[in-house]
Design a binder for this molecule. Structure first.
Ligand SMILES: Cc1cc2nc3c(=O)[nH]c(=O)nc-3n(C[C@H](O)[C@H](O)[C@H](O)COP(=O)(O)OP(=O)(O)OC[C@H]3O[C@@H](n4cnc5c(N)ncnc54)[C@H](O)[C@@H]3O)c2cc1C
Length: 440
């Protein structure tokens, strides 16, 4: 039997980063993971992390010589479905090994007093006589007591899914709610084709990016439903876009949540973070720093809720909801809904969107003229279909309504049921990315 202020289930980017923030607030924190330390996050090797994030999240910049560091690049391109209209994003990005990056995060957390235990699997929640969460039981039968339980278990969302509480949605992140990502690590046949920055084709949810070998690249595609369907999308992407010739080295398969996050992240004695809370970016499914946007201010709220030996009620934790949902939550709700319509169209329609910088634009581009005017002009000149116009108008109207609603996220749990009811209605109108699939 052991007692902690906080027990976190899941020791990857969300759980480890959050544990360090809590320890810095003076809390006694335990992080458990079902995997052994040497197998942690083995599902994914290479990942991308913007340099701005090192500063934003108080991390030392990774540099040449650090074991997790591979290389930097400072420009990302995106192109239309017909391979036109290059858009530039001026982001300095670090390419790193994820398991080694997590090891670095863990080292800092350990230095700040966090306890890690590996090979410990969550089984169920423990409740006191007043039916309040008081800790967790591991599969081994061991009981771990803590005033706050945090679910950072990724897609399985093992704790969130085991809670029966009107403030916590216990949905499964199923095939329609995630992207199956197929990554081909390839060796380029011609050294002239060297891939030094990342280029994406949002229409195909496909991209090519650098990897650890200088003559290599990663060709990736993400798609709902299954790995089989992702393979089909990869074939379509490679048929449509002239990628450099390559020899396949190996493949990596992984999933990332692609659905709206739960409406509330907290209830009495509980918080959900990271992939378990579906906090991934609508544009590309990346989830490391978008999850940290939620858990950085959450650490202060948690410390306040636990001060003087208090039990963390949902009222005391509620600010975690309002801070996130009114900020990144509102922005992502709009984008997630808008993108559903923005990709449900023909390659020619998508090409016109790039041409006119509608939704897809360069960071340094000054976009002139109204979007509606450009869309109508597109229809009248035969460059943009009426069907695509309808789809985009519907999705962007849903997106704007959702953003407004999220900005009015309730100040306290009492007003949550009415807010949730309206949010449910708006999302049912918006639909999901999986609704667009016609060729599975
Ligand atoms: C192919 C691919 C490429 C990606 N590239 C990027 C990228 O470049 N940049 C970016 O920001 N994001 C990227 N992402 C997304 C990113 O990897 C995730 O958003 C992020 O790793 C999620 O972290 P997490 O800590 O929430 O969950 P996870 O990384 O899923 O960690 C959850 C942990 O919980 C543990 N766990 C699960 N069940 C239990 C249990 N019962 N008991 C105890 N422990 C349990 C697991 O063992 C695991 O270690 C990518 C995703 C994929 C699939």
């Amino acid at each position: 039997m052991s007692n902690y202020d906080v027990v976190i289930v899941g020791a990857c980017t969300a759980g480890t980063y959050f544990s360090n923030l809590l320890a810095k607030q003076g809390l006694k924190v335990l992080v458990i993971d079902k995997d052994e330390e040497e197998n942690l996050s083995r599902r994914l090797d290479i990942f991308h992390f913007t340099h701005q994030s090192f500063q934003d999240y108080g991390l030392e910049e990774a540099k040449s010589g650090d074991e997790e560091f591979v290389r930097n690049f400072d420009l990302c391109y995106s192109k239309s479905a017909l391979d036109n209209y290059l858009k530039k994003s001026f982001l300095k990005v670090a390419v790193m090994h994820l398991p080694l990056f997590i090891k670095r995060l863990r080292k800092t957390a350990l230095a700040n007093g966090v306890t890690f235990r590996f090979g410990v699997s969550y089984d169920h929640l423990l409740y006191d006589e007043q039916k309040r969460i008081k800790g967790i039981a591991a599969k081994s039968g061991e009981e771990i007591f803590a005033r706050l339980v945090v679910d950072a278990s990724g897609i399985p969302s093992v704790v969130r899914r085991s809670i029966s509480d009107p403030f916590i949605e216990d949905f499964e992140i199923g095939p329609r709610d995630k992207f199956y990502v197929l990554l081909k690590y390839v060796e380029l046949s011609d050294a002239k084709d060297k891939v030094e920055l990342s280029t994406s084709w949002p229409y195909y949810k496909g991209w090519i990016a650098p990897q650890h070998s200088a003559n290599g690249a990663i060709v990736g595609v993400g798609a709902n439903l299954s790995y089989d369907y992702a393979r089909k999308c990869m074939a379509k992407f490679e048929r449509s876009i002239p990628l450099p010739n390559y020899k396949l080295q190996y493949e990596e398969l992984g999933c990332t949540p692609y659905r709206r996050p739960p409406f509330s992240f907290v209830t009495d004695g509980f918080l959900v973070i990271g992939d378990a809370a579906c906090l991934t970016k609508p544009m590309n499914g990346e989830g490391i720093t978008s999850a940290w946007v939620q858990c950085t201010p959450a650490a202060e709220v948690v410390a306040h809720a636990l001060r003087d030996g208090k039990y963390p009620t949902k009222e005391a934790l509620w600010k975690i909801n309002t801070l996130y949902q009114r900020g990144e939550g509102a922005e992502f709700a709009n984008l997630r809904a808008t993108l559903i319509g923005a990709v449900d169209m023909s390659p020619k329609d998508n090409d016109y969107m790039f041409k006119e910088s509608i939704v897809f634009k360069s960071d340094d581009e000054e976009v002139k003229g109204s979007v509606t005017g450009k869309l109508i002009k597109g229809v009248l000149t035969g460059q943009f279909s009426l069907k695509a116009l309808r789809s985009l108008m519907k999705s962007s109207s849903c997106g704007q309504k959702l953003e407004k609603h999220y900005k009015n996220y309730p100040d306290n749990p009492k007003d949550y049921p009415a807010w949730k009811k309206k949010a449910d209605k708006l999302w049912s109108k918006a639909g999901t990315m999986a609704d667009n699939i016609k060729d599975a």
